[in-house]
Design a protein around this ligand. Structure first.
Ligand code: 48H
Length: 260
């Protein structure tokens, strides 16, 4: 059989567009495919929720690939090893309570499991704004990252979501958009974005699951962004909190979706 160049192009364009149209209305739209966003997507998709993850970069996995300072190992504490086990990621005990896994294996396994569970990941798309309905966020405003990078004046497209998750990491971009455009109305002590505090792994990892929750009607925060929103320290290259945070937000959303 002779290969037809045009059929190859049509296959890509048509199949992508089918997916894009299918995921224009979702239960949960997740911003950022770092470890927290991927884990959130996995637990939602596993329960048959329609979930799309939008990632600005070409690569999936956020800050996990590089481990700590490009030594591509990550540390996970005891309380999160059950998640590694559930995903089938290999790890070994370094010292009592400190477990180490290969960052490449971890990112690729989390991603593969999330996609196979049904979470749809769109890479190279940046979320530049939110869609608002009354006092609630009801969707995301998307553009190609290439448009963003080239600073082209091209209008975005919009998707509808029952709930949005901000898992954009240190920058907590969705929380910042809300404060900038809507005012100090986050569910923090002052309503403001409180900002990440300096390194303190123990406090950071103990706080992150509690910080992983709704921050504005219709918007939840997971991962590093959760500590940034609530003014809690960073934790360095220990990733248990990211996994536990993603799982926690998925559990909260599953309960909300059930009751809505
Ligand atoms: C689309 C976006 C947008 C946008 C950002 O940084 P991440 O890996 O985030 P987490 O929370 O899953 O994991 C944090 C961890 O990697 C980390 O940085 C740690 C533990 N640091 C501790 C420390 O002390 O430094 O992933 C976020 C993803 C990235 O891939 C971004 O490209 C993406 O979100 N993203 N995607 N639209 N507006 N903003």
């Amino acid at each position: 059989m002779k290969l037809d160049d045009i059929l190859i192009s049509k296959a890509i364009a048509e199949e992508f567009m089918k997916d894009f149209l299918k995921f224009m209305e979702v239960d949960v739209a997740i911003v950022g495919a770092g470890p927290a966003g991927i884990v959130t997507g996995y637990y939602l998709a596993r329960k048959k929720r329609k979930v799309a993850i939008f990632e600005r970069k070409l690569s999936i996995g956020g800050g996990m690939w590089g481990g700590g300072m490009m030594f591509n190992k990550i540390v996970v504490q005891e309380s999160a090893t059950s998640i590694l086990k559930e995903f089938g990621v290999n790890f070994r005990e370094y010292k009592k309570g400190y477990y180490v896994s290969d960052s490449i294996e971890t990112v690729s396994t989390l991603t593969s499991k999330a996609v196979k569970a049904g979470a749809k990941i769109f890479n190279l798309i940046s979320v530049e704004d939110v869609m608002m309905r009354k006092e609630r966020i009801a969707g995301l405003v998307l553009n190609w990252s290439a448009v963003e990078m080239a600073k082209l004046h091209i209008d975005p497209l919009t998707i509808r979501a029952k709930f949005v998750v901000d898992s954009t990491g240190h920058s907590a971009e969705i929380a910042n958009i809300i404060v900038r455009k809507i005012g100090k109305k986050l569910f923090t002590k002052t309503g403001d974005f409180l900002g990440e505090k300096p390194m303190w792994a123990d406090v950071a990892e103990k706080s992150i699951v509690g910080n992983s929750r709704e921050i504005y009607p219709g918007v939840y925060v997971a991962g590093m962004a959760a500590n940034a929103v609530f003014g809690t320290p960073r934790m360095g290259p220990i990733f248990g909190g990211m996994l536990l945070s993603g799982k926690r937000v998925a559990e909260l959303l599953l309960a909300r979706l059930k009751s809505s």
